[in-house]
Design a binder for this molecule. Sequence first.
Ligand code: HBI
Ligand code: FE
Length: 277
Amino acid sequence: MAGQTDHALRGDYSQMRPDYTVLQDYSRYTPTEQDLWKRLYARQSALVPSFACDEFIEILGALNFGAGIPHFDAINAKLFPATGWTLVAVPGLLPDDVFFTHLANRRFPVSVWLRSPEEFEYIVEPDIFHDFFGHVPLLFNKVFADYLEAYGKGGVKAKGLDALDYLARLYWYTVEFGLIQTPKGLRTYGAGTLSSAGELPYCIQSPKPNRIKFDLLRVMQSRYKIDTFQETYFVIDSFQQLFDATAPDFTPHYVRLKQQADIAANAVITDDKLVKL
Ligand code: HBI
Ligand code: FE
Protein backbone atom coordinates (compact mmCIF):
# COMPACT_ATOMS: atom_id res chain seq x y z
CA MET A 1 0.00 0.00 0.00
CA ALA A 2 1.29 3.52 -0.52
CA GLY A 3 0.02 7.06 -0.26
CA GLN A 4 0.33 9.23 2.79
CA THR A 5 -2.36 9.35 5.48
CA ASP A 6 -3.27 12.47 7.40
CA HIS A 7 -4.70 10.70 10.46
CA ALA A 8 -2.55 9.23 13.27
CA LEU A 9 -0.86 6.00 12.17
CA ARG A 10 -2.20 2.73 13.55
CA GLY A 11 1.02 0.94 14.39
CA ASP A 12 3.11 1.00 17.58
CA TYR A 13 6.21 2.94 16.60
CA SER A 14 7.61 3.08 20.15
CA GLN A 15 9.80 -0.07 19.95
CA MET A 16 11.43 0.65 16.57
CA ARG A 17 15.09 0.12 15.75
CA PRO A 18 16.90 3.02 13.98
CA ASP A 19 15.92 1.52 10.58
CA TYR A 20 12.24 1.48 11.67
CA THR A 21 12.14 -2.31 11.95
CA VAL A 22 10.55 -4.14 14.91
CA LEU A 23 10.29 -7.71 16.17
CA GLN A 24 7.37 -9.80 14.89
CA ASP A 25 6.14 -10.84 18.34
CA TYR A 26 4.05 -13.80 17.23
CA SER A 27 2.66 -14.41 20.74
CA ARG A 28 0.70 -11.14 20.52
CA TYR A 29 -1.65 -12.37 17.77
CA THR A 30 -4.99 -13.39 19.31
CA PRO A 31 -7.27 -16.28 18.27
CA THR A 32 -9.67 -13.66 16.87
CA GLU A 33 -6.86 -12.31 14.67
CA GLN A 34 -5.86 -15.79 13.53
CA ASP A 35 -9.48 -16.47 12.59
CA LEU A 36 -9.78 -13.13 10.79
CA TRP A 37 -6.61 -13.95 8.83
CA LYS A 38 -8.11 -17.30 7.71
CA ARG A 39 -11.36 -15.60 6.60
CA LEU A 40 -9.51 -12.85 4.73
CA TYR A 41 -7.24 -15.41 3.05
CA ALA A 42 -10.10 -17.78 2.10
CA ARG A 43 -12.16 -14.98 0.54
CA GLN A 44 -9.27 -13.42 -1.35
CA SER A 45 -7.71 -16.66 -2.65
CA ALA A 46 -11.11 -17.69 -4.09
CA LEU A 47 -11.05 -14.53 -6.27
CA VAL A 48 -7.44 -14.82 -7.40
CA PRO A 49 -7.77 -17.48 -10.15
CA SER A 50 -10.07 -15.31 -12.29
CA PHE A 51 -8.24 -11.99 -11.98
CA ALA A 52 -4.59 -12.38 -10.89
CA CYS A 53 -1.61 -13.01 -13.20
CA ASP A 54 -0.34 -16.62 -13.33
CA GLU A 55 2.98 -15.74 -11.66
CA PHE A 56 1.07 -14.58 -8.57
CA ILE A 57 -1.31 -17.58 -8.55
CA GLU A 58 1.49 -20.13 -8.80
CA ILE A 59 3.56 -18.63 -5.97
CA LEU A 60 0.52 -18.08 -3.71
CA GLY A 61 -0.36 -21.77 -4.10
CA ALA A 62 3.20 -22.86 -3.31
CA LEU A 63 3.44 -20.64 -0.20
CA ASN A 64 0.05 -21.70 1.12
CA PHE A 65 -0.05 -19.42 4.17
CA GLY A 66 -3.81 -19.46 4.68
CA ALA A 67 -3.82 -21.53 7.88
CA GLY A 68 -2.78 -18.60 10.08
CA ILE A 69 -0.75 -15.39 10.30
CA PRO A 70 2.64 -16.26 8.78
CA HIS A 71 5.92 -16.24 10.69
CA PHE A 72 8.21 -13.83 8.78
CA ASP A 73 11.24 -16.03 9.57
CA ALA A 74 9.61 -19.09 8.00
CA ILE A 75 8.83 -17.19 4.78
CA ASN A 76 12.32 -15.65 4.73
CA ALA A 77 13.85 -19.13 4.83
CA LYS A 78 12.20 -19.67 1.41
CA LEU A 79 12.36 -16.10 0.04
CA PHE A 80 16.04 -15.36 0.54
CA PRO A 81 17.27 -18.42 -1.41
CA ALA A 82 14.71 -17.64 -4.17
CA THR A 83 15.47 -13.97 -4.95
CA GLY A 84 17.75 -12.59 -2.20
CA TRP A 85 14.89 -10.64 -0.58
CA THR A 86 14.08 -10.56 3.14
CA LEU A 87 10.84 -9.48 4.81
CA VAL A 88 11.40 -7.03 7.67
CA ALA A 89 8.72 -6.40 10.31
CA VAL A 90 7.68 -2.74 10.63
CA PRO A 91 5.01 -0.90 12.67
CA GLY A 92 3.24 0.36 9.52
CA LEU A 93 3.71 3.16 6.97
CA LEU A 94 7.30 4.38 6.79
CA PRO A 95 8.72 7.72 5.59
CA ASP A 96 9.37 7.45 1.83
CA ASP A 97 13.17 7.60 2.10
CA VAL A 98 13.24 4.88 4.79
CA PHE A 99 10.95 2.73 2.66
CA PHE A 100 13.05 3.21 -0.47
CA THR A 101 16.27 2.41 1.40
CA HIS A 102 14.83 -0.93 2.49
CA LEU A 103 13.76 -1.78 -1.08
CA ALA A 104 17.17 -0.75 -2.44
CA ASN A 105 18.67 -3.37 -0.10
CA ARG A 106 16.18 -6.13 -0.99
CA ARG A 107 14.31 -5.78 2.28
CA PHE A 108 10.51 -5.61 2.01
CA PRO A 109 8.78 -3.88 4.96
CA VAL A 110 5.72 -5.80 6.18
CA SER A 111 3.43 -4.26 8.82
CA VAL A 112 2.99 -6.48 11.90
CA TRP A 113 -0.59 -5.48 12.84
CA LEU A 114 -3.82 -6.93 11.42
CA ARG A 115 -6.99 -4.92 10.74
CA SER A 116 -10.01 -5.32 13.06
CA PRO A 117 -12.94 -7.60 12.10
CA GLU A 118 -14.99 -4.43 11.42
CA GLU A 119 -12.46 -3.54 8.67
CA PHE A 120 -13.02 -6.85 6.86
CA GLU A 121 -14.24 -5.00 3.77
CA TYR A 122 -11.83 -2.08 3.53
CA ILE A 123 -8.77 -0.52 5.15
CA VAL A 124 -6.76 2.61 4.25
CA GLU A 125 -3.35 1.83 5.79
CA PRO A 126 -1.24 -1.22 4.86
CA ASP A 127 -1.85 -3.96 7.45
CA ILE A 128 -0.16 -7.38 7.49
CA PHE A 129 -2.82 -8.90 5.24
CA HIS A 130 -2.36 -6.26 2.53
CA ASP A 131 1.43 -6.44 2.70
CA PHE A 132 1.64 -10.20 2.90
CA PHE A 133 -1.12 -11.35 0.58
CA GLY A 134 -0.66 -8.44 -1.85
CA HIS A 135 3.10 -7.97 -2.00
CA VAL A 136 4.98 -11.05 -0.76
CA PRO A 137 4.17 -13.61 -3.50
CA LEU A 138 5.68 -11.56 -6.34
CA LEU A 139 8.89 -11.07 -4.36
CA PHE A 140 9.52 -14.69 -5.38
CA ASN A 141 9.41 -13.70 -9.07
CA LYS A 142 12.95 -12.91 -10.19
CA VAL A 143 12.20 -10.17 -12.75
CA PHE A 144 9.67 -8.44 -10.50
CA ALA A 145 12.06 -8.70 -7.53
CA ASP A 146 14.82 -7.10 -9.63
CA TYR A 147 12.41 -4.31 -10.65
CA LEU A 148 11.57 -3.58 -7.02
CA GLU A 149 15.25 -3.31 -6.05
CA ALA A 150 15.91 -1.00 -9.02
CA TYR A 151 12.87 1.03 -8.00
CA GLY A 152 14.20 1.35 -4.45
CA LYS A 153 17.60 2.53 -5.72
CA GLY A 154 15.82 5.05 -7.97
CA GLY A 155 13.86 6.28 -4.96
CA VAL A 156 16.98 6.88 -2.89
CA LYS A 157 18.34 9.01 -5.79
CA ALA A 158 14.98 10.75 -6.31
CA LYS A 159 15.06 12.05 -2.73
CA GLY A 160 18.23 13.98 -3.57
CA LEU A 161 16.54 15.40 -6.69
CA ASP A 162 13.32 16.34 -4.87
CA ALA A 163 11.43 13.93 -7.13
CA LEU A 164 9.92 11.49 -4.63
CA ASP A 165 6.36 12.25 -5.73
CA TYR A 166 7.10 11.02 -9.25
CA LEU A 167 8.56 7.77 -7.92
CA ALA A 168 5.61 7.34 -5.54
CA ARG A 169 3.27 7.51 -8.56
CA LEU A 170 5.30 4.86 -10.40
CA TYR A 171 5.03 2.62 -7.33
CA TRP A 172 1.31 3.29 -7.02
CA TYR A 173 0.45 2.56 -10.66
CA THR A 174 2.64 -0.57 -10.91
CA VAL A 175 3.43 -2.33 -7.61
CA GLU A 176 0.11 -1.33 -6.01
CA PHE A 177 -2.38 -1.14 -8.92
CA GLY A 178 -0.65 -2.44 -12.05
CA LEU A 179 -2.43 -4.55 -14.69
CA ILE A 180 -0.74 -6.86 -17.18
CA GLN A 181 -1.75 -8.25 -20.60
CA THR A 182 -1.52 -12.07 -20.67
CA PRO A 183 -2.49 -14.82 -23.16
CA LYS A 184 -5.56 -15.33 -20.93
CA GLY A 185 -6.48 -11.62 -21.22
CA LEU A 186 -6.13 -8.74 -18.79
CA ARG A 187 -4.91 -9.70 -15.29
CA THR A 188 -3.65 -7.77 -12.27
CA TYR A 189 -0.31 -7.92 -10.43
CA GLY A 190 -0.91 -4.89 -8.15
CA ALA A 191 -0.91 -5.57 -4.40
CA GLY A 192 -3.64 -3.01 -3.75
CA THR A 193 -6.03 -4.91 -6.05
CA LEU A 194 -4.83 -8.42 -5.10
CA SER A 195 -5.55 -7.82 -1.40
CA SER A 196 -8.95 -6.14 -1.95
CA ALA A 197 -12.16 -8.17 -2.32
CA GLY A 198 -13.91 -5.34 -4.09
CA GLU A 199 -11.18 -3.94 -6.29
CA LEU A 200 -9.84 -7.29 -7.54
CA PRO A 201 -12.83 -8.01 -9.84
CA TYR A 202 -13.42 -4.27 -10.40
CA CYS A 203 -9.98 -3.57 -11.89
CA ILE A 204 -10.46 -6.28 -14.52
CA GLN A 205 -14.21 -6.22 -15.18
CA SER A 206 -15.62 -2.74 -14.51
CA PRO A 207 -16.24 -0.47 -17.55
CA LYS A 208 -15.80 2.61 -15.31
CA PRO A 209 -12.03 3.09 -14.96
CA ASN A 210 -9.64 4.02 -17.79
CA ARG A 211 -7.12 1.32 -18.70
CA ILE A 212 -4.10 2.83 -20.47
CA LYS A 213 -1.00 1.17 -21.93
CA PHE A 214 1.98 1.74 -19.62
CA ASP A 215 4.11 4.77 -20.47
CA LEU A 216 6.71 5.74 -17.86
CA LEU A 217 6.40 9.53 -18.09
CA ARG A 218 2.62 9.40 -18.36
CA VAL A 219 2.52 7.33 -15.13
CA MET A 220 4.89 9.63 -13.24
CA GLN A 221 2.87 12.67 -14.35
CA SER A 222 -0.42 11.16 -13.10
CA ARG A 223 -1.95 11.94 -9.72
CA TYR A 224 -3.77 9.19 -7.78
CA LYS A 225 -6.45 8.83 -5.09
CA ILE A 226 -5.67 6.76 -1.97
CA ASP A 227 -9.15 6.18 -0.60
CA THR A 228 -11.29 5.04 -3.55
CA PHE A 229 -11.02 2.40 -6.27
CA GLN A 230 -8.65 3.61 -8.97
CA GLU A 231 -10.03 5.75 -11.81
CA THR A 232 -7.09 4.81 -14.03
CA TYR A 233 -5.03 1.61 -14.36
CA PHE A 234 -1.85 1.28 -16.44
CA VAL A 235 -1.26 -1.95 -18.36
CA ILE A 236 2.17 -3.53 -18.99
CA ASP A 237 2.95 -6.37 -21.41
CA SER A 238 5.51 -8.08 -19.14
CA PHE A 239 7.53 -7.61 -15.92
CA GLN A 240 10.59 -7.35 -18.15
CA GLN A 241 9.06 -4.21 -19.71
CA LEU A 242 8.74 -2.76 -16.19
CA PHE A 243 12.32 -3.63 -15.31
CA ASP A 244 13.64 -2.20 -18.60
CA ALA A 245 11.73 1.04 -17.99
CA THR A 246 13.69 1.61 -14.79
CA ALA A 247 17.09 0.92 -16.39
CA PRO A 248 17.93 4.46 -17.63
CA ASP A 249 18.80 7.32 -15.29
CA PHE A 250 15.61 9.21 -14.42
CA THR A 251 17.22 12.62 -13.95
CA PRO A 252 16.23 13.93 -17.44
CA HIS A 253 12.71 12.60 -16.83
CA TYR A 254 12.39 14.68 -13.66
CA VAL A 255 13.42 17.84 -15.54
CA ARG A 256 10.63 17.26 -18.10
CA LEU A 257 8.07 16.26 -15.48
CA LYS A 258 8.66 19.42 -13.46
CA GLN A 259 8.05 21.56 -16.56
CA GLN A 260 4.65 20.00 -17.27
CA ALA A 261 1.36 20.08 -15.39
CA ASP A 262 0.32 16.96 -13.51
CA ILE A 263 -2.50 14.86 -14.99
CA ALA A 264 -5.67 14.25 -13.01
CA ALA A 265 -6.35 10.71 -11.78
CA ASN A 266 -9.40 10.34 -14.07
CA ALA A 267 -8.06 12.09 -17.20
CA VAL A 268 -7.43 10.60 -20.67
CA ILE A 269 -5.00 12.57 -22.89
CA THR A 270 -4.43 12.54 -26.64
CA ASP A 271 -1.44 10.19 -26.73
CA ASP A 272 -3.03 7.59 -24.42
CA LYS A 273 -3.37 4.09 -25.93
CA LEU A 274 -6.57 2.85 -24.28
CA VAL A 275 -6.96 -0.86 -23.51
CA LYS A 276 -10.48 -2.13 -24.16
CA LEU A 277 -12.12 -4.88 -22.10
N1 HBI B 1 5.65 2.25 4.06
N2 HBI B 1 5.40 0.30 5.29
C1 HBI B 1 5.24 0.96 4.13
N3 HBI B 1 4.69 0.34 3.07
C2 HBI B 1 4.52 0.98 1.89
O1 HBI B 1 4.01 0.40 0.92
C3 HBI B 1 4.93 2.32 1.77
C4 HBI B 1 5.51 2.93 2.90
N4 HBI B 1 5.90 4.22 2.82
C5 HBI B 1 5.79 5.00 1.60
C6 HBI B 1 5.17 4.26 0.49
N5 HBI B 1 4.80 2.99 0.60
C7 HBI B 1 4.91 4.92 -0.83
O2 HBI B 1 4.72 6.30 -0.69
C8 HBI B 1 6.01 4.67 -1.84
O3 HBI B 1 5.64 5.21 -3.04
C9 HBI B 1 7.28 5.26 -1.41
FE1 FE C 1 1.28 -1.88 -0.49
